[in-house]
Write a new protein. Structure first.
Length: 65
């Protein structure tokens, strides 16, 4: 996803990857202390859900990420 965004919007390299991972993991990391010992699975459907609004429009994506 980061590579695709770098190709279609603006190539900002690894900073884009960091932002993509942050969007996926942020809700999990903020609630992790409420569920000690639980396992969270990051699969394709979770990634698609968390990033669904990013590729709506390449013009808008430059402002989202």
């Amino acid at each position: 996803m980061a590579a695709l965004l770098n190709k279609t919007v603006e190539n900002i390299g690894a900073r884009r990857l960091h932002t993509v991972i942050e969007r996926i993991m942020e809700p999990i990391s903020f609630s992790a202390d409420m569920e000690p010992g639980s396992v969270k699975i990051v699969d394709k459907s979770l990634v698609q859900e968390r990033l669904s609004d990013v590729l709506v429009s390449s013009d808008l994506s430059r402002y989202i990420l």
